[in-house]
Design a protein around this ligand. Structure first.
Ligand code: NAP
Length: 455
């Protein structure tokens, strides 16, 4: 895949970038290692000041960064502004809390003095996706840098200008040179980086094949990985739910980021008693969505990020139809305009056992399942290879407790949509990956947990 900026709303090629040569990659690895040798000795106070400065830059120049995101991957501009603000938030969160989270933990043993110390690991490689081109990177970088690690970013090939902008923000914030570097390289170079002695661990957010390939390379060299992969999150609505609110959130949670979020509500699972009402209301909401230029302030749904994603999504929809599923609304690309636009779509009557039931739809397409009761709702919710998030709507306490206990996922949200929050861990189980980002758990993924025993 070429490293280039192509406007997804028009298809126009705006800028191409030469990938780094092997010699340039080697020089950046050397710089990263040298940077680590000094950076690991800096105090939490200094790191915290630099990270707060990065937060200031993100806030002050959010409109520039938002334009870049929208230009390169097509998210609505208003959402891109929110993304820049959220990056500032995660920087401030770790700037304020990392020192406390990583303080020595005293433990009583047979020693005169024993404790646990948390030390940085070194150069960490982050392989990141285009869908939240700033947020995905900052939620890795903020904890990693506060812990004293240094970062190398291999960003998705369709967001090179975002990748370079992030490197600049971190440099301008005052971090030592080489503490965070962007590598403009293709995916084929990742395995060599993992094999390099200077790289100590890696994190990848993206598809299952990419995650499996990175983890295999890391396994060969016995290096730790964190994987945040795909999801097909259920959105369960039970009879006691506040239906209007649930439908509103179902629409937002499916269409967020033009439908390209790992934690989007991809499967609406609704009990039969209220399914007709839900269907009527959700069709109204989908019909009211404004599809169009993502730079316009009132646009709800912009284009998909690449033509490849558009083709893949359309293929999935047509395959579903061929297998006997029914399209309630949408089901086509928007052919009257350039760019990678797809209609807001709902598919129902999905034949049991068909591939459609199991797949992730990465775009504005919802799967709608009618179920007789909570037992079947939970069964359907768990019947995918994924386990990232789940949203469930009920006002009944016993139902709530069962949903929390029985849903197989890294997160369960009751009467709310799944979202990430710097204060709470984020990650999945099953084929959605392993490890956690954000909160204290995310901070401790890339540290040496050292046992110290003194007599
Ligand atoms: P992708 O193809 O896997 O790309 C993600 C990153 O991995 C890019 O930087 C890509 O580089 C790189 N990559 C691709 N193949 C690789 C390989 N074999 N080895 C090493 N690196 C490789 O992901 P996508 O399909 O664009 O993104 C959508 C997927 O990401 C969805 O499944 C979505 O659910 C998931 N996602 C998960 C989370 C989460 O937190 N769990 C968040 C966002 C997205 P190139 O661009 O150069 O190919």
């Amino acid at each position: 895949m070429a490293i280039a900026t192509i406007n997804p709303a028009t298809g126009e090629l705006l800028k191409t970038f030469e990938p780094l040569s092997d010699a340039e990659i080697a020089a950046k690895l050397d710089l990263a290692q040298q940077a680590f040798d000094s950076y690991r000795k800096t105090s939490f106070e200094s790191r915290s000041l630099w990270l707060q400065k990065a937060a200031d830059i993100l806030e002050q120049e959010k409109s520039e960064f938002a334009k870049l995101m929208t230009l390169e991957m097509g998210k609505p501009y208003k959402a891109a502004l929110g993304e820049a603000e959220k990056c500032a938030q995660v920087c401030r969160y770790y700037a304020e809390n990392a020192a406390g989270f990583l303080a020595d933990t005293q433990v009583l043993t047979d020693a005169s003095h024993s404790f646990v110390r948390y030390q940085p690991m070194g150069v960490i490689l982050a392989v990141m996706p285009w869908n939240f081109p700033f947020w995905q990177v900052f939620r890795f970088a903020a904890p990693a840098l506060m812990a004293g690690n240094v970062g190398l970013l291999k960003h998705a090939s369709n967001v090179p200008q975002c990748a370079l902008a992030i490197e600049t923000i971190i440099q301008r914030a005052g971090f030592l040179s080489g503490v965070f570097q962007t590598l403009l390289i293709g995916a084929a170079k990742v395995a060599d980086l993992i094999a390099d002695d200077r790289v100590k661990a890696a994190t990848l957010t993206g598809s299952e094949p990419a995650g499996a390939s990175l983890a295999a390379a890391a396994g060969k060299h016995i290096k730790k990985t964190v994987l945040e992969l795909g999801g097909s999150d259920p959105f369960i609505v039970l009879e006691s739910a506040d239906l209007e609110t649930a439908v509103s959130f179902a629409t937002t949670a499916r269409m967020l980021n033009n439908g390209q979020s790992c934690i989007a509500a991809k499967r609406f699972i609704v009990v039969e008693a209220i399914a007709d009402k839900f269907e009527k209301l959700i069709l109204e909401k989908f019909a009211a969505l404004k599809v169009g230029d993502p730079m316009e302030p009132d646009t709800d749904l912009g284009p998909l990020a690449t033509p490849h994603l558009l083709n893949e999504l359309d293929h999935q929809v047509q395959t579903a139809v061929k297998s006997g599923a029914k399209v309630l609304t949408g089901g086509h690309r928007l052919s009257h305009r350039p760019g990678n636009f797809y209609e807001p779509t709902i598919i129902t009557d999905i034949p049991p056992g068909s591939p459609t039931e199991q797949e992730e739809f990465f775009g504005p397409v919802a799967l709608f399942f009618r179920v007789p009761d909570i037992d079947v709702a939970i069964k359907v919710a768990n019947a995918t290879p994924f386990g990232l998030g789940a949203s469930a709507w009920t006002t009944n306490e016993q139902e709530r407790d069962r949903l929390i206990e029985e849903i197989e996922a890294g997160a369960v949200f009751i009467n709310g949509m799944v979202k990430s929050d710097p204060r709470m861990p984020f990650g999945g189980i099953k084929r959605s990956g392993y490890g956690r980002e954000l909160s204290i758990e995310g901070l401790k993924e890339f540290v040496n947990v050292k046992t110290v025993w003194v007599k």
